[in-house]
Design a protein around this ligand. Sequence first.
Ligand code: MTE
Ligand code: MO
Length: 383
Amino acid sequence: DPYSSDPPRHPALRVNSQKPFNAEPPSLILSENYITPTAFFFKRNHLPVPKVDPAAYRLEIEGLPNGPVSLSLDELKTRFPKHTVTATLQCAGNRRSEMNRVKQVKGLDWGIAAISNATWAGARLRDVLLAAGYVPGGTVRHVQFEGLDKDVAGTTYGASIPLRKAVSEEGDVLLAYEMNGEELPADHGFPVRAVVPGTVGARNVKWLGKIVLSEEESSSHWQQNDYKGFSPCTDWDTVDFKSAPAIQELPVQSAITQPEEGSVVDRSLEEVTVKGYAWSGGGREVVRVDVSLDGGQTWQVAQLRGASEEGQEDAPSPPLGQAWAWKLWELTVPLPEDAQELEIVCKAVDNGYNMQPDSVAPIWNLRGVLSNAWHRVRVTVSE
Ligand code: MTE
Ligand code: MO
């Protein structure tokens, strides 16, 4: 069993698939912790977790003008300044289950918690590439990442990001060896993973073994024939994966973590507190979350809680275009007097005034990715 050496996991995770291991935390955990505790951070593996000996580990870098470069873990840690970034990671398939309810899609049936927030530390990819001899101005367009995890045929996980993101001073792309102040855990890519803030989870390659600078995107299945968006009219007979770009930045997103779908709200409390998360890709900052208790007819503005409100007092508000971390939000509202049921809805707005679509059907796609419609939760009010 290639999965026999997978690490132990927290029993409270909601497991989507055991082999490979895919799991999300109970969604309440997300809004209770600005930084998601590592044990509860969602886990998305396509393959068995590789066992990597840190002493023997090498990071190979290819496609450089002066030939390949190979770095040990120690060199990565000592030759480059350690840079720390708090960034939210979201799987392209987060909230896929809502698409499945409209019409069946292919993929893991994620709820709303295939998203988590962590503080990552490592070398900046930019620093490493420049030290390795990369010079701007050539024909390189993409930076490919190869994982050390392999399928039975020996194919490794791979993905790529645009060169521009990889070498940008403001891009904050990390070769991370720490997560939440500790060594990167096995499930999250020990000993080194790419952290590409603002970019879909799939490009944040774990157990990073090789970096290739190239004119081409990664040729991997996950770059070419997966993680792309399509029209609702596209089905598996007509889909042409070449016709759509690989997902990189993700669209604006938010969801309600509390109260939970189907729960009962106590009328005698006379008010209800609604909580959730909101985030947008590409470093765009969430500037507002609107909440409705009546299915979207009337709205109120929730209170946003960024890093500084969440106990990280020294965290300045992020520079424009570098809002990598989510905002938690909450709103306490009086219960409407005669309501027996509430349809609670949330929608977020980012600093580009991008907003979430109001329903799922118009954004339905066969792979169930980019599911970011207004999130709706139905609850009953007890007498
Ligand atoms: N990297 C490797 N090597 N293998 C993988 O299966 N999964 C990707 C990405 N990096 C994956 C990978 C996907 S699809 C996601 S959403 C994120 O890792 C999940 O990261 P996490 O498990 O740390 O939450
Ligand atoms: Mo993912």
